[in-house]
Design a protein around this ligand. Structure first.
Ligand code: HEM
Length: 387
């Protein structure tokens, strides 16, 4: 992949401006490759907040901005207020009935979805070099527990019953995340460790997006979870709206599952692979998972095997997750049986004992991060990873 610097980014914009002197800004942007597009609305806002030193005050003001329908607090700089007023609007194509249906689907399949998005998505993201580098060298890279808790805020929010309702908080979390991503783009270029192009492009966001709904839906299908067409459409829809709220241009958001699968197959392979940073992050994450579930109930080998089962051998090898010859076949047999039992498709005696250990581990993991997520909030960082 071509390595782009900030200078390349400016040159690309200037070239586009020259070529598209007459057409609209949107047309000009659309003509650029998505790997050279970031977030032209949020990026200058976070850069200005950082350069003028007002981020701590802005974080303080936004701490209690928690509900989708809540007015913005007084005292924000005008340019931030203008950005947020626009960014908080859901797209006009958002369909309330579908969002409600998605909420019900997320609730009924919460255990699988949280495990897939949390553990599975986590392991996939550490095997995406640009993401692993970004996470490692940004502030949160030094405190992965807090980082995961903060990221879970958006994940749990997308999956909650009131996600996009007035009393929900998905809009809040997404708008804050957009500002965080923009701050990360600005800050990482100042890191002595950052040797790569400006991260979190439009393409990068979709790469990560596919490790969430697209990957989860594929695994649910592999496990033969019965899902109605309306439910699967609704689940896609809530993630389409979320992509929009995270600043992804509408034309890049897949319209159908067929388009999502095709786009995922196109963008994931060239954007995945091993890195030293990804291996280290994986080890920290799995270590936490083993420690944090009730002591002694879930050993690190079991956690390794579960992670390997969720993401497969290729990604596991990139992440250097240890092979567990004893546990891997047990999980491969037990998990689908647990799913079939939970879906009412087979009777209890057919479920092996180990399945309940996995079920309990997944539950504890979710509960733990739900609790941690409640104790924290998404904030705009002012620094990179401390040296
Ligand atoms: C921060 C979600 C894509 C790198 C965050 C946060 C959330 C989030 C909720 C706030 C949590 C925090 O401040 O720690 C998402 C979602 C994505 C996505 C849902 C795609 C659908 C990406 C991509 C990259 C990235 C593609 C890098 C290539 C980061 C980094 C931070 C962050 C470095 C801040 C870490 C820090 O300051 O500690 N993201 N993200 N994200 N994200 Fe993303």
């Amino acid at each position: 992949m071509a390595e782009l610097t900030r200078r390349d980014m400016l040159r690309a914009s200037a070239a586009a401006a020259a070529i598209f002197a007459v057409p609209s800004k949107a047309q000009a942007a659309a003509a650029l490759p998505w790997s050279t597009q970031w977030d032209p609305e949020a990026d200058p806002v976070s850069a200005e907040l950082l350069d003028t030193g007002v981020v701590p005050e802005v974080n303080r003001l936004l701490w209690n901005w928690t509900r989708n329908d809540q007015p913005l607090p007084d005292g924000l700089p005008g340019y931030l207020r203008d950005f947020m007023a626009k960014a908080r609007r859901v797209p006009d194509w958002a369909d309330t009935a579908k969002l409600e249906r998605a909420a019900q689907f997320n609730k009924s399949r919460g255990l699988y979805l949280n495990l897939l998005n949390g553990v599975g998505g986590g392991m996939l993201s550490t095997a995406i070099p640009k993401e692993a580098w970004s996470v490692y060298y940004s502030k949160g890279g030094a405190d992965m527990e807090d980082r995961v808790a903060k990221t879970s805020l958006l994940g749990f929010s997308v999956g909650s019953l009131n996600a996009y309702r007035p009393d929900g908080d998905c809009i809040v979390q997404a708008v804050k995340t957009r500002l965080v991503h923009a701050a990360v783009r600005h800050l990482l270029q100042q890191s002595p460790h950052w040797k790569w192009s400006v991260p979190i492009t439009q393409e990068d966001i979709l790469v990560t997006w596919h490790t969430l709904p697209t990957y989860a839906m594929r695994r649910l299908r592999d496990w033969q979870v019965p899902i109605s067409a309306a439910d699967s459409q609704a689940y896609l829809h809530v993630w389409q709206v979320t992509a929009h709220m995270l600043g992804v241009r509408d034309e890049y958001i897949p319209q159908t599952w067929a388009a999502a699968n095709a786009q995922s197959d196109q963008v994931l392979p060239p954007n995945m692979g091993p890195t030293r940073e990804g291996v280290e992050l994986t080890d920290i994450l799995l270590g936490q998972l083993a420690e944090q579930t009730s002591p002694g109930s879930v050993s690190r080998p079991l956690v390794n095997a579960l992670a390997r089962y969720l993401v497969g051998d290729q990604v596991s090898d990139w992440d250097q997750i240890k092979r567990e010859p004893l546990w891997e076949p047990l999980i491969a047999t037990a998990w689908p049986l647990l799913v079939r039992f939970r879906e009412g498709l087979i009777p209890l005696p057919l479920v092996p004992e180990i399945a309940w250990t996995l079920d309990e581990a997944a539950r504890q993991y979710i509960l733990l991060f739900l609790t941690k997520a409640r104790e924290t909030k998404i904030e705009i960082p002012t620094t990179n990873r401390p040296e």
